[in-house]
Design a protein around this ligand. Sequence first.
Ligand SMILES: Nc1nc2c(ncn2[C@@H]2O[C@H](COP(=O)(O)OP(=O)(O)O)[C@@H](O)[C@H]2O)c(=O)[nH]1
Ligand SMILES: [Mg+2]
Length: 331
Amino acid sequence: MNNDFISQIRQGDPLAVARAITRVERGAFAEHDETARKLIRALFAFTGHAHIIGVTGAPGTGKSTLVNALAQEYRARGKRVAIIAVDPSSPFSGGALLGDRLRMQDLAGTGIFIRSMASRGQLGGLAAAVSDAILVLDAAGFEIILVETVGAGQGEVDIAKHAHTTLVLEAPGLGDEIQAIKAGILEIADVLVVNKADRDGANAAVAALEMNLSLNPALGIQNNSDKTAWRPPVIKTIALTAEGIGDVVDAIARHETFLNKNGLRANKERARFQDALRELLQRELLQRTLRTLPPARWDELIRQITERERDLYSVADEIIAQHSVPPNAGV
Ligand SMILES: Nc1nc2c(ncn2[C@@H]2O[C@H](COP(=O)(O)OP(=O)(O)O)[C@@H](O)[C@H]2O)c(=O)[nH]1
Ligand SMILES: [Mg+2]
């Protein structure tokens, strides 16, 4: 790996950082990409300093607007900030692209790094791409990394697991039910934000969330032995006018202090890398196994299964026994 490139990334040079993310993104979706691996290997030792903030919630709740406002507030407080906007739902949606372009214009010249990433139809690849992009930004010295995801399904919740602090967004007027409760993402919230507080129903949404927190005392308990409790604060914002944004930044800081004081940051990191390593192994083992299996043999095995000559389990056992990778093969 070119040392100039690595030092440009580490200095936070925006073009080098953008190029690095393009490489790891390509690597995450490719079958085997040695460049992307070498890059992460070279950068990994310099990571571990950023505070990663996940922002999730139903489409239209105002995540992008809030993330932009948060980034500007952090900037005003002298922090180096980067944004990753993940849009797994609509990789080809012109609307999302247009929205992202407007956002980038909005942030042009502010020194805030922003990057959007789409799934290309593979959630597994997307999670790996986001995970690696976070590492690049961390190594590049960004102190705050904001990751925006649509909170609708399992894949998005997984991406939120990479965060040290997870914000769950609600907004009144998207239907009478609280989306986070419906989607079961309240469990992952460290800070609850009721955005669009300029609209009717914001106070009712706050009350519903507070009631839910009281009814489920387990919410907010972080996973440690002495069951140290963190009750997620519920904060009203008007992201459009940046009202309440300072309160959100303060709540995130309190959560960060709470994590550090109770040794819980390490738990978050363990959860994050356990997930990432599992996913990496799954992809690697599958790819390496299939690479040693001749296509004709694969077709024959599929034929045997469809003709009911053999069952799936014995075929899988055979493939694993005969074709899993010997050490040093395939790399
Ligand atoms: N009235 C009102 N509208 C908002 C507020 N925040 C965002 N919006 C609008 O809500 C729409 C969706 O916002 P966006 O940030 O794209 O939501 P996302 O889909 O969750 O990323 C946009 O038209 C925003 O301008 C707010 O605080 N009040
Ligand atoms: Mg958005």
